[in-house]
Design a protein around this ligand. Structure first.
Ligand code: ZN
Length: 299
């Protein structure tokens, strides 16, 4: 299975809050193959994505889309709303407007809903490459106006995408590893994000080794594991709005690690610009993990 289908499978399996459902399915529909009075449909090679689309439309609108399978080499799943009355009902629920190509942002007043809208859009028209080969995430959008609005919505979330015109529409893309990670985190694909970081750390450490050749593989995996544990704790605190209430010395350590996932402790000390020792920094990072472990226990 491809990395992209792993990501999409993870995204469709996430639990949804009630408030987010309309925004999620709206992103899914708007960035699908068509979203108009004539046709509302998506087409995908991922069966789970097609099923999630159908289930959610059924749940939110009590409308059952028609799901068909085609394609010669690879199966292609197509889900479509076949009744015009049903299409009008859906379009009336969002501010479909004149062209139907602008994003009705009143659907996602809350941040959680906005993130789910982006998740839906990604499932409908997004693609992501295997980070072992190349960092790249993209949205392939038919309609340029919708693409522009998605681009500025993502920019407001701190994710900058480039825009390029293609025969079939417009592509928004990024090749920045940090933007790819941020997009995955925003959409809620924590597992894949950590895999990416893992790959990145491995790459960087392997490079260091090729230069120095003085480290055995046990040490490498120890360093990778430690960094992943630290990042997991930091991400958890951030997602639960607790990161910035840490005491300042812990916050500084957390941000240093967050910004530099593959750096060694020694490198982090230098980057900090403070008179920090390796054992001092290690102590702070361990404290963060301890806080995380305790919070998890309470969960
Ligand atoms: Zn919500």
């Amino acid at each position: 299975m491809s990395f992209c289908s792993d990501v999409k499978n993870e995204l469709v399996s996430l639990k949804l809050q009630k408030c987010c459902k309309p925004a999620y399915i709206y992103g899914f529909m708007l960035f699908g193959r068509s979203f108009s009075t004539k046709r509302i449909s998506i087409q995908t090679t991922n069966e789970n994505v097609a099923r999630a689309y159908c289930e959610l439309i059924n749940e939110v609108y009590k409308i059952v889309p028609v799901l068909t399978v085609g394609g010669n080499i690879k199966p292609t799943y197509k889900a479509e709303i076949d009744s015009e009355a049903d299409r009008l009902k859906i379009l009336a629920s969002v501010d479909y407007g004149m062209g139907g190509d602008t994003i009705d942002s009143s659907v996602f007043a809350r941040d959680c809903c906005r993130n789910c809208f982006i998740r839906g859009a990604f499932l409908a028209c997004g693609n992501i490459n295997d980070p072992e080969k190349e960092y790249r995430a993209e949205f392939n959008v038919k309609n340029e106006k919708a693409a522009d609005e998605l681009q500025s919505l993502l920019a407001r979330c701190g994710i900058d995408m480039h825009k390029v015109r293609r025969k079939s529409g417009v592509q928004l893309y990024t090749k920045e590893s940090a933007a790819v990670e941020d997009l995955l985190t925003l959409m809620g694909a924590g597992k894949q994000t950590l895999n990416i970081i893992d790959t990145k750390i491995m790459k960087s450490i392997k490079n260091n080794i090729n230069r120095a050749r003085n480290c055995d593989s046990a040490n490498i995996s120890k360093a990778v594991e430690a960094s992943i544990r630290q990042r997991t704790a930091i991400m958890f605190l951030e997602e639960n709005d607790m990161l910035y209430s840490l005491p300042e010395e812990l916050l500084t350590a957390a941000l240093l690690r967050k910004e530099n996932p593959s750096a060694t402790l020694k490198e982090l000390c230098i980057l900090s610009g403070e008179p920090l020792t390796v054992s001092g920094l290690n102590h702070r990072l361990n404290k963060i993990i301890k806080i995380y472990d305790e919070l998890k226990k309470e969960d």
